[in-house]
Write a protein that binds this ligand. Sequence first.
Ligand SMILES: Nc1ncnc2c1ncn2[C@@H]1O[C@H](COP(=O)(O)OP(=O)(O)OP(=O)(O)O)[C@@H](O)[C@H]1O
Ligand SMILES: [Mg+2]
Length: 462
Amino acid sequence: MPRFLSAKPDARLIPLPWNTPLEHWPLEHLVALPRGISRHVVRFIKVGEEIYAAKEVVEHSAIAEYRLLHDLKRLQTPAVEPVGVVTGRVAEDGQALDPVLITRHLQFSLPYRSLFSVGVRPDTVTRLLDAMVVLLAKLHLVGFLWGDVSLSNTLFRRDAGEFAAYLVDAETGELHETLSDGQREHDLEIARVNLFGEFSDLEAGGMLDTALDPATLVETIETRYQELWSELTEPEEFDDSQLSRIEGRVRRLNALGFDVAELDITTDIDGTTIRIQPKVVDAGHHSRRLLRLTGLDTEENQARRLLNDLDTYSARTGQQNMDEAVVAHQWLTHSFEPVIEAVPESLRSKLEPAQVFHEVLEYRWYRSEEAGREIPLVEAAHMYVNDVLHNLPDEAVSSENLELIPDQGHRRLQNPYDPGQGFADEQEMPIDDPWEADAEAPPQTLGFADIAALRAKAGKKF
Ligand SMILES: Nc1ncnc2c1ncn2[C@@H]1O[C@H](COP(=O)(O)OP(=O)(O)OP(=O)(O)O)[C@@H](O)[C@H]1O
Ligand SMILES: [Mg+2]
């Protein structure tokens, strides 16, 4: 009899055919969604409206990964959410089967191959790498040694103009009190090797822009990671005439999306030299604030964008001195909700609400410049729905659009339930992704994790 190990069991999972190897499961329980290539058998299973990822893996790995994913959830680190492990599986012929690790499918997530198969601009690649670097730093801050850093073990979600990265495969991970420099270097070395391989594969498949080369991309990760890590953790010394540098450091960390929970400040005996060092930093500076004010649970850059719009709203309505929570509630009902309501039910699975709002703001800015007048928000939302949203690929899963999803980019998979088997047609398809269309794109700013740019602003803003 199969046994379930789970903190929050979903009873609908119990009657599934656990005594059949995952590979041979009847299609009625499966959904075909884009995913990365894996060594193990991985399938997406559907019970009611819920979608889970199931991975067949040896017992000690399944249980270790389940526990680690739990730890990561407790530490509020972006990773897929564990649901349970099914052990004690026995096939009809009496053969013991490997356990299955079940995680909740990460909604609106994109494996990197789905992104690349439709073609991505070089600066999008930088954004993906930035997201990956931020994920690695977040994991390292909580003492998590990943051990298998790679693009296929990462999932990406759109986060305003950036991406947010999530860990998907914790099989090789270890959780420590803190990590030594050597341990962090070990993860970086693995990242270099794996990402070099993955980018070389994309290059060989004609999926990497010719302006980019795998070796340089891998170097970027290294430098960006080192810069971010020193910003997050390194001490800084200055004399007592430069006290504003304390605030400057905190502001830079906030701009990177981190809150400083503990800043260690020491002075030398005569008080002329001051030394500061962040001791505890927590990710999610903007998303926590937005959640507190509005109840909206979003990615970090989406939150940053929405908060900016909230500030603009309070300035326009002359309410800067009002209670922030009161203005936030007004903004929610007068700005955010009407925009989301402008999206017809049938298009709701295209993008998350916070992403829709961000895109409407961008779209409105662009169209208003063009028209030489300010287009009202709700009018812009309707125009955006007609002009842009209709043409976007579906990114969420809903029962109505399931049959569209096996199509990765514009290519048909041999077996939609197992992307590891490759494409049915091997000919190259034209690159055509509305996400990547230059025409609609507003002017791009520097990546949010660009620390050199943040430092350069030091004299002006920070
Ligand atoms: N919860 C989930 N939500 C969305 N996608 C998922 C989820 N779990 C797994 N996947 C997809 O399945 C793929 C394979 O999963 P995973 O990396 O855990 O398998 P693996 O066999 O251990 O991989 P590896 O070959 O790296 O050992 C991932 O790249 C991801 O695209
Ligand atoms: Mg993997």
